[in-house]
Design a protein around this ligand. Sequence first.
Ligand SMILES: Nc1ncnc2c1ncn2[C@@H]1O[C@H](COP(=O)(O)OP(=O)(O)OP(=O)(O)O)[C@@H](O)[C@H]1O
Length: 299
Amino acid sequence: MAGIAPVGSQLDARECDAKMTELPNADGEDFLTSNDEVYDSFESMGLQENLLRGIYAYGVEKPSPVQQRGLVPFCKGLDVIQQAQSGSGKTATLCLGILQQLDYNAVDCQALVLVPSPELARKTERVMHSLGNYLGVKVCACEGCDRVPEDQGNFSHGVHVVVGTPDCVFDMLRRQSLSPDYVKTVVLNQADEMISRGFKNKIYDIFQLLAPKIQVGVFLATMPPEALEITRKLMNKPVRILVKLGEFTPEREEMKLETLSGLSQTDEAAMCWLDKRCRLWKPKNIITKGKLVNKKILD
Ligand SMILES: Nc1ncnc2c1ncn2[C@@H]1O[C@H](COP(=O)(O)OP(=O)(O)OP(=O)(O)O)[C@@H](O)[C@H]1O
């Protein structure tokens, strides 16, 4: 671990919030963190042996910038805001942070992950399941509000983590198909996207059903004013991590495309995703699975 004095560690909460909205557009500073610890390897983070095995089996060797700064505080049970671009490793971070803290001797729902779409719920379920394979995690995605009986069936076998859109999760809690009693962590993944899809009030409704003292993680790419409002209302002295655009390199994106292919996404979905990345980084070429994809074919 290398100790550094990061931008943000001396600022108060309000100054930090202001910085988090300004910094993505500013030159010069790459990180804003209100926590001064940076871990450049997973081994130095004090993670459980079986979680490390899951990480290696998943094919990940070195933590990404957001993981180097945000994973350990999250594992310690602190509230954490992580703002970084899509593809920077936020989903893996929240999965690892939850997996490290679960009590595997109890089969109660201990963590909720709220996401903007059923597709992202399924993706998060797969990532959590792969990383937690050696820990025996039971994770379940709510498939959709029209599939309540199937979801109820899955929950009845016992579950540690539930992932779903705010609508679905609220519905499960309201029907008492899911107990709020043992939930100690709630994560809002792609919180900015959830807000733009109109889920803000449903998120507040869910928190009304949970215990008052709960760990909250907020993961997003942008910080609209409503996201700041959510963090102020729901979080307790959060650790703030902002990784600027461009910190995640195209080389690592090769891995994302391989993962995409591995998950048998359609070529169209993969190309659409690549196109978004090319607009961000403007690379000349992207190499994937030994093939060179010339950027021109995406134009
Ligand atoms: N430390 C790492 N090293 C290499 N690849 C990684 C690492 N962490 C995550 N990845 C891979 O990078 C890709 C993006 O990670 P992830 O989905 O966690 O990012 P994200 O920030 O949540 O993206 P999005 O906002 O689009 O969901 C995935 O394919 C994941 O397997």
